[in-house]
Write a protein that binds this ligand. Structure first.
Ligand code: PMP
Length: 383
């Protein structure tokens, strides 16, 4: 960019773009705003609150300047090989991206022409309808069932060109039974994106990688933002049949994983897997303890397979604000199907979780006796 151009951009205040340059499909694309406010204890974004794995940190501190003055590798070949080894697949089954956000966005562009239909279950990851609109796609949401499992038959019956599923799902933490998924893959003609951002927290056999042997239309999307503690590095990836990931790679374009991110992610995969495993184990233990404590308060957390717990609490936005005033941020999800208002609480080191429990207890005590909508029973499904 020329100096003149730089000067111009820095002095102009943003205005409504003139009609002629605004792309019609972007008219109602909102900027993503999870209403994050700096708070002493932030349990609102499901990242690794124990910090950075040790070799990743050392690599970050010692990275040669020459890595930054030159371009990174085109498609992160070394990182792909390490991710493939970790997932037990071949490198040609991996595509990387600038966070799994980038991989999801690229996949939508790769597998759906403008105007095509994307279907997802609701509730789910809030960016999905936004990515659909960013790619000029139509989006339809189908309510999950009362056990918080997506209604796969209803999703397939929408006639969508592309399906997005998430397991463990954000914000409920629920899984999808493998047999149901297998049946869907046999009959659904389009690509199925299955977001496994939280899969490390769901147990050793939870991943749907084995289904890749049965379907060349399944794309598993993963991230190093959660279990690996690298959210700020922005490293995501997908696993699928070589032809499938090849299309995502075309749509993604070159140089999407920066040099710093590639080195740090590589170091974490090669040397920090034990650290990651230990902290995943701690996260699961603290999630179970959090669920017990919430039940002891008379609340009914949804049984989760992730590093967070979603718990019905009426007036969740006001409760979330009152908790923030006490120094703890959690994420409210108002009016979810079947359960109504909920709070999603990420787990981290126990003192942080204890602070969230103390804040919640104090807010609820101030508000008076629990209401029916605070104690709503969650049916336990097979997932
Ligand atoms: N998928 C899900 C389900 C998520 O919750 C998130 C982040 N909150 C992402 C994808 C995106 O993660 P990232 O871009 O950091 O990889």
């Amino acid at each position: 960019m020329s100096d003149a151009a730089t000067r111009t951009t820095s002095t102009v205040t943003p205005v409504e773009p003139p009609r002629a340059v605004q792309r019609a499909a972007y008219a109602d694309v909102p900027l993503y705003d999870p209403k994050r406010v700096p708070t002493a204890i932030d349990l609102s974004d499901n990242t690794n609150l124990w910090g950075l794995p040790p070799t990743a940190e050392r690599t970050l501190r010692e990275l040669a300047i020459s890595r930054i003055t030159r371009y990174p590798s085109l498609y992160a070949a070394e990182l792909k090989a390490a991710l493939a080894a970790t997932a037990g697949v071949t490198p040609d089954m991996i595509v990387t991206g600038c966070g799994s956000d980038d991989v999801l966005d690229s996949a939508m562009r790769a597998f759906a022409d403008p105007g095509a239909l994307v279907a997802s279950s609701t509730p789910t990851f809030a960016m999905v309808p936004i990515f659909a609109r960013m790619n000029a796609l139509r989006h339809v949401a189908i309510e999950e069932d009362a056990t918080h499992v997506p209604d796969l038959e209803a999703l397939a019956a929408t006639g969508a060109d592309l399906l997005y599923l998430c397991a463990p799902n954000n914000p409920t933490g629920r899984m999808i039974p493998r047999d149901a998924l297998r049946r869907l893959l046999r009959t659904f003609p389009g690509v199925v994106i299955l977001d496994e951002a939280y899969i490390e927290f769901a147990g050793a056999d939870a991943s749907h990688v084995p289904l890749l042997a049965e379907s060349d239309r399944l794309l598993l999307v993963r991230t190093m933002s959660k279990a690996y503690g690298l959210a700020g590095m922005r490293v995501g990836y997908a696993i699928g049949a070589p032809a499938l990931v090849g299309e995502v790679e075309k749509s993604r374009g070159p140089y999407k994983v920066n040099a710093l991110a590639e080195s740090v992610a590589l170091a974490a995969l090669q040397h920090d897997r034990e650290w990651v495993h230990e902290h995943v184990t701690l996260a699961i233990a603290n999630r179970l303890r959090l669920e017990d404590e919430l039940r002891a308060m008379g609340l009914s957390p949804i049984a989760s397979s992730a590093n967070f717990t979603c718990v019905p609490v009426s007036d969740c936005v006001a409760v979330g604000q009152a908790m923030r005033a006490r120094g703890v941020a959690v994420r409210p999800f108002p009016a979810l199907p079947h359960v109504g208002d909920t709070l999603r609480i990420s787990v981290g080191p126990w003192p942080m979780v204890q602070a969230a429990l103390d804040a919640l207890r104090s807010v609820l005590a101030e508000r008076g006796p629990l209401r029916d909508t605070d104690t709503i029973a969650i049916p336990r499904g097979a997932a």
